[in-house]
Design a protein around this ligand. Sequence first.
Ligand code: UTP
Length: 307
Amino acid sequence: MTTRHLPTGAAPETGTFGPVRTAVFPAAGFGTRMLPATKSVPKEMLTVVDRPVIQYGVEEAVASGIGKIVVITAAGKGSLEDHFDASRELEHVLERKGDEANLAVIRGVASMASMSYVRQAHALGLGHAVLLTEPLVGHEPFAVFLPDDIMDGGDDPVMAQLMRVYDEHRCSVIAVERVPREHVSRYGVLAVETIGPRLHRIKDMVEKPAVGAAPSNLAIMGRYILTPTIFEKLRETTPGAGGEIQLTDGIRRLLAEETVLACEYVGTRYDCGSKLGYLRANVEMGLRHPVLGPSVRELLAEILGRS
Ligand code: UTP
C-alpha cells in the first residue's frame, strides 16, 4: 500500500481524494452527563434558544456546501428522524391558521438536507458508530460532526474553514482549539508540526493526557474531515478505553499511512453535552438572537439585579 504522506516540513501536496459530499452525525450515545434530561429525550434534541442542538450542526453542514447527512441513531432516538421529516398534520393546522411564518420554518427544516439514518444497536463507541456509515458514505472523504458541539463561526462556518484546508491539501483535517493547559486532560491532545497560519501537521495524538504529559494545548473539537481510509483503520481497531472502539485510535492508525492536518478554526464552541456548556449556549445565543436578544438582555439584568 502506498503511503500518502507530506515530507516533514514541506508544504502539503494535493492528493487524489475527491470533494466532501456527506456529513456524518454520530448521535447514538447515552448522554449520561445530561441526565436526567436525557433519560427519554435524546441530548441532540434538547433545545438551544428555539431549535434542537442537532439542527445547528445540520445548518452548519448545509452552509458549508454539504447536502447529504447521515445520522447514527439508537433506540429511543426516533424524535431525531421526526424533526427533519415533513409533518403534514402540523402543516394543515398552520395552513388553517394562516401562520405562514411557522409554515416556512417547519418546511425549511424538513427540506434543508437529504437525511439518512443508521442504527447503532449497541453503543460500542464513536469509532464503531462512524464505521457503520461506510455503506452510505462509500469510498469518498466525508465530514464528521459531533452534534453536541455547537460551533459558531459567524459568517464563516467552522466546517467551511476545514473544507478550505481539505480542498487545498486533499487529506484528513481535524478541528482544533487551544485550551488552557490545566484543561488538557478533558480532551484528545495533539503533538504537531506547524506548517502554516493556524495549520499543523499531526504527529501524534493522546487521549485525555495528564497536564504534565500533554504534548501541546491543541485539543481536538467535534468537527473532522476524514478520508475513506479511516474505515479500513477502524476495522483494524480493537476496543480501547471503556471497551469502546475509539475514533481517535482509528485516526492514530491513519497517521501511519496518510497526512492528517489540524486546523485551528476561528469561532466559538459550545459544549452542549455538559450542563454548564448547555446553559452557556442558551444564554449567549439567546443574547445574540436577532429577535429575542434585547429581551434576553433585559431579563438577565433583572435577574442579576435581584441576586
Ligand atoms: P460522547 O461521549 O460525547 O457522548 O460521544 P455520550 O456517550 O452520549 O455522552 P456522555 O459522556 O454519556 O454524557 C461523542 C459522540 O459520539 C456519539 C455520541 O452520541 C456523541 O455525539 N456516540 C458515542 C455514538 O454515536 N455511539 C457510541 O457508541 C458512542
